[in-house]
Ligand binder design. Structure first.
Ligand SMILES: C[S@@+](CC[C@H](N)C(=O)[O-])C[C@H]1O[C@@H](n2cnc3c(N)ncnc32)[C@H](O)[C@@H]1O
Length: 225
């Protein structure tokens, strides 16, 4: 496994994508950042130029799975933007949406079907029990260090059914510094290169494909054998 690559450059910011300026004091000493659900969408649209396209690409990648999708896990679900698009592709599926932020999940509660299961939890901890047909994660995995990402990918493979799909959408370290366009903060955001993440996915048995890439954003499909 290769080592984590730090961003060549970052845009000037002391906050993670989608973080309101006034919320900075909420960044805890433990290194967690607490997003404000009320301002999240407006700010993430301003700070992640490719946000809307990224979400659409996740929806499209989630729509082309092998076999039926009856159970979906969204990791770092936030206010439910990604979950909503995935459920639009699989209207009958049941959803488990995990996030460390209770306020973000409270906002997701209002946006998602009443039977969606919302779980307050961390990506670093054991995942909700599988099997899932589909696991998605948008703009959340970059909060983990390299080893944490690789460990998460192994645990995602464990909760997916054979033939199931993981859709990973995130900010990455681009090859060219000029492609750094998403606001990242060294305290809370730890993007890795796309190549590193593809190799960690392959290491745990996924067939990984870059489905979409623009500047420092990417969507990868990782299919379990
Ligand atoms: C930028 S938001 C993305 C939300 C949603 N996926 C989207 O695309 O709009 C990142 C989310 O990941 C959550 N998050 C960050 N680090 C986390 C961790 N270690 N474990 C669980 N959730 C985490 C945050 O609370 C936040 O809701």
């Amino acid at each position: 496994m290769s080592t984590e690559t730090e961003p060549a450059t970052t845009t000037a910011s002391t906050q993670p994508p989608g973080a309101p300026a006034a919320a900075n004091p909420a960044a805890g000493a433990a290194g967690q950042f607490h997003f404000d659900p009320d301002s999240y969408l407006e700010l993430v649209l301003a700070e992640v130029p490719g946000y809307a396209r990224l979400q659409d690409e996740v929806g499209a990648a989630a729509a082309t799975t092998r076999g039926p999708v009856t159970r979906v896990l969204d990791l770092g679900a936030g206010t439910g933007e990604t979950s909503r698009r995935v459920l639009a592709a699989h209207p009958g599926a049941s959803l488990v949406a995990l996030d460390e932020s209770e306020p973000m999940l409270a906002a997701a509660r209002r946006a998602l079907p009443a039977d969606a299961e919302l779980v307050v939890g961390r990506l670093e901890d054991p995942l909700p029990a599988g099997p899932f047909d589909l696991v998605v994660s948008a703009l959340a995995v970059h909060h983990l260090h390299a080893a944490g990402k690789a460990d998460l990918f192994r645990r995602v493979a464990d909760v997916l059914r054979p033939g199931g799909r993981f859709v990973l959408a995130d900010v990455v370290v681009p090859e060219e510094p000029v492609d750094v366009v998403t606001r990242v903060c060294a305290d809370h955001d730890r993007p890795s290169s796309l190549l590193d993440q593809l190799s960690w996915l392959v290491d745990v048995g996924f067939a990984a494909t870059v489905r979409w890439r623009e500047r420092d954003l990417a969507v990868v499909t990782a299919d379990r054998h």
